[in-house]
Design a protein around this ligand. Structure first.
Ligand code: CMC
Length: 436
């Protein structure tokens, strides 16, 4: 970042002296006002719940232009990455800053595949969960538990530990998600098959059984790989900021990523794909496309508490570029599986059409986000709805770890410690219990 030509001057109506604040420019995007010395100079904090105007860090990983609907990983447009690269190349890009050549890709892929198995003891930990536990509850526990199984990579200040924990996390997340699924349906766990691709291996661990050979469908494999690419990173969203904040205390990488998994679970964030599919299924059960108008009236009624899941985004005030790619993948997968007339897909298209023309959505700049179509693709692939957010977590792991490692390497990083506007009671004395 460089000091911009201008400075910001903050003046006060109560006659307190004004203060000058440095302004920095990034390579692209809005400038930022450096307020780090504001408290020291004025005794005042800034107030920004929800971080609507606060840049909490500098980062060179992902850039979003929400008005244009643009998403870049390390400068590369998501459309080109999703079309020309696979997830392993994308992981390399996010972690190390460059797209690998063929030899670099082979080395990186080999490193990842060498770590796909998990410590055998982990299955006994998993077996302690109820069979009907939500996969995200299991994932939060399992990812946190990795720190108990891989002691030799838990020092966040050691670059070697950070590197090996990154590879371990990327390699083991698919294994853990598939184990959580197999456990829920009472099937034996399938060990990873390292001759398969990252996505192909995940499909194998999810859908193969020891009894019969399993052949990976290349259309599904490519679709899943694209889902992974589209979800790999998204700048300083809630779960990434959670990972950074958690990691800023110096905790180990597995614990920090487990915090990200927990945050992602929420329906306003990663849980939206599950919530979106549940919403579509409910509308379908209540009468399908003919009930879309009625449902939309509820969405627009502030008192109903109903939201159109898969719509709206804090940053995108235009079509989420990932949603366009996901819709394309949706068409491909449904065609390959002979499900073009899938009623939920028809319903989603009807909802989207109405929303894109409706004044309520147009005036608020609410467009479909990535989750609007990803649930339909995953359901067509055979992934149960409850596992959708787990798939999102496995894909986002590389982004979390890249952001965490970037933070640790940043000389300006400090433990995250927001301040507050206190509105509670002034000091008061504790009365004896008989007098309260
Ligand atoms: N349905 C109906 N109204 C909406 C929706 C929606 N999905 N999203 C926003 N609004 C309204 C909101 O009520 C508000 O209206 P008003 O100005 O009249 O009060 C206005 O649009 C602005 O919304 P906001 O809640 O201030 O926006 P936000 O930036 O705080 O929230 C959001 C962003 C993603 C949490 C929200 O749009 C939402 O809840 N969407 C549904 C959940 C969803 O699909 N989440 C996935 C996000 S993409 C995947 C990921 O990155 O995790």
């Amino acid at each position: 970042m460089k000091l911009a030509d201008n400075k910001a001057t903050m003046s006060f109506s109560n006659g307190s002296p004004s203060v000058e604040l440095p302004v920095y420019s990034g390579s692209v995007g809005p400038d930022v006002i450096d307020i780090r010395k504001l408290y020291g100079q004025t005794g005042m904090f800034t107030y920004d719940p929800g971080f609507l105007s606060t840049a909490a860090c500098q980062s060179a990983i992902t850039y979003i232009d929400g008005d244009k609907g643009e998403l870049l990983y390390r400068g590369y447009p998501i459309e080109q990455l999703a079309t020309n690269c696979d997830f392993m190349e994308t992981c390399h890009l996010l972690l190390y800053g460059n797209l690998p050549d063929a030899a670099g890709k082979a080395v990186f892929t080999k490193r990842v595949t060498q770590h796909t198995m998990v410590n055998e003891q982990m299955q006994f930990f998993l077996r302690g969960f109820r069979r009907d536990a939500h996969p995200m509850a299991i994932m939060t526990g399992l990812v946190g538990a990795l720190s108990a199984f891989y002691h030799d990579s838990t020092d966040i200040n050691n670059p070697g530990h950070r590197d090996i924990s990154a590879i371990r996390l990327i390699a083991k997340l698919p294994t853990l998600v598939a184990m959580a699924y197999k456990y829920s349906i009472g099937q034996p766990f399938m060990y990873p098959k390292n001759e398969l691709s990252y996505a192909g291996n995940f499909l194998h661990m999810m859908f193969a059984t020891p009894c019969e050979p399993y052949v990976v469908n290349p259309v599904i494999e490519r679709a899943l790989d694209r889902i992974f690419i589209l979800h790999a990173d998204h700048e300083q969203n809630a779960s990434t900021s959670t990972v950074r904040l958690c990691g800023s205390s110096g905790t180990n990488p597995f614990a920090a990523i487990a915090a990200g998994v927990a945050c992602l679970w929420g329906p306003a964030h990663g849980g939206a794909n599950e919530a979106c599919l549940n919403m579509l299924e409910e509308i379908q059960a209540s009468g399908g496309v003919s009930k879309v108008g009625e449902f939309m009236e509820k969405v627009k009624d502030k008192n109903s508490g109903v939201k159109l899941m898969g719509f709206g985004h804090r940053v995108y005030k235009n079509y989420d570029p990932r949603a366009k790619l996901m819709q394309e993948t949706c068409n491909e997968v449904l065609a390959a599986l002979g499900l073009e007339n899938d009623p939920l897909f028809q319903l989603a298209k009807a909802l989207e059409k109405i929303a894109l023309e409706d004044e309520y959505f147009v005036s608020r700049k609410l467009y479909p986000n990535v989750d609007f179509y990803s649930g339909i693709v995953q359901r067509a692939i055979g992934i149960p709805v409850k596992l959708f957010t787990g798939i999102f977590a496995l894909a986002r792991t590389v982004g979390w770890i890249a952001q965490l490692n970037e933070m640790i390497g940043d000389p300006e990083y400090k433990i995250g410690r927001p301040r507050q506007l206190f509105t509670g009671s002034l000091p008061r004395a504790v009365l004896d219990i008989s007098k309260r």
